[in-house]
Design a protein around this ligand. Structure first.
Ligand code: NAD
Length: 296
């Protein structure tokens, strides 16, 4: 009989990820607080449980994919009070490093190996099974988690001990937030200087300004036809999620005593953008706010 995996949190990311585990041949028992998410999961072949604990019953591994750190602590507290020792716990949500380490400590106290394994690749990657996983935890816990993560993703990295996956995720996304604002400022300045978008793209994409925010996710329509700018800035990756990750990076920087002045500025700019009602727009749409700002 195939291994049972409990899956808690079947939303935009968790739903398709759990469906890919079914396709990979696992029996998946899922739970979510939201009835619509449960109905979609059922259609994808996931067995529906009445609670997180029921989803975890008889499961060798439990995966959580929840909104934030306090949800993970709440669910892992329940799980570690009931799950047999030896049950592997994997959290793939994006949460603060401190909560990730607390979750690992709960698991360790119960004798459960655990892995923090946040993802990059968005809902498209979740559906296609091409997510990148960045994992933190012991070698033995990672060795058990890796084949399961491979059922949902393409690139799997073991970044270090407990919390290292979350650390890698927020550092990467801080680069992304800062670099997107930099690319947007360059296009806004180029426009004011009478430079065509295509000319700036052609030069910068093969010069020292080259980066993912420019070449894969260009914030103006035209040069990269697949970027959200060509689709009225529909996400993609919503600005509110970028703000969440930038705030997590700021919280971690505060705790660790790291200087991140550009990360702080990026968080501030995305907070203003969200405050203007654009949290649901793709994060590259911040170019529209930057264009509207004037100096002197
Ligand atoms: P979502 O809101 O669509 O899904 C979260 C699900 O968790 C919801 O269905 C909710 O009902 C459920 N939930 C909340 N508390 C619960 C509980 N106690 N028990 C059971 N279910 C519970 O969010 P999402 O887009 O799937 O994101 C999940 C995580 O992945 C977040 O941490 C997010 O930051 C991260 N992430 C999202 C993306 C993206 O593009 N959406 C990309 C990378 C990482």
């Amino acid at each position: 009989m195939s291994e049972i995996i409990g899956f808690i949190g079947l939303g935009n990311m968790g739903g398709p990820m759990a469906a890919n585990l079914v396709r990979a041949g696992y029996r998946v028992r899922g739970f979510d607080l939201d009835a619509a998410s449960l109905a979609t999961a059922k259609e994808a072949g996931i067995e529906i449980a009445g609670s997180a604990l029921e989803a975890a019953e008889a499961a060798g591994t439990v995966v959580t994919m929840l909104p934030a750190g306090h949800h993970v602590i709440e669910v892992w507290t329940q799980l570690t009070e009931a799950a047999p020792s030896g049950t592997l716990l994997i959290d793939s949500s994006t949460v603060d490093v401190a909560s990730a380490r607390r979750a690992h400590a709960l698991a360790e106290a119960r004798g459960c190996p655990s892995v923090d394994a946040p993802v990059s690749g968005g809902t498209g990657g979740a559906k296609a099974g091409t997510l990148t996983f960045m994992a933190g935890g012991s070698e033995t816990a990672f060795a058990r988690a890796e084949p399961i993560l491979k059922g949902m993703g393409r690139s799997i990295f073991h970044c270090g001990e407990a919390g290292a996956g979350q650390a890698a995720k927020i550092c990467n996304n801080m680069i992304l937030g800062i670099s997107m604002i930099g690319v947007c400022e360059a296009f806004a300045l180029g426009e004011k200087l009478g430079l065509s978008r295509q000319a700036l793209f052609d030069v910068a994409s093969v010069s020292s300004g080259q980066c993912w925010s420019l070449t894969t996710y260009c914030p103006v329509p035209g040069p990269v036809p697949t970027s959200p700018a060509n689709n009225a800035y529909r996400p993609g990756f919503a600005a509110s999620l970028m703000l969440k990750d930038l705030r997590l990076a700021q919280a971690a920087a505060g705790t660790a005593g790291a200087a991140t002045p550009l990360g702080a500025e990026a968080a501030q700019l995305y907070a203003v953008f969200e405050g203007l009602g654009h949290g649901g727009d793709d994060f590259s749409a911040i170019i529209n706010m930057l264009r509207g700002r004037h100096t002197g």
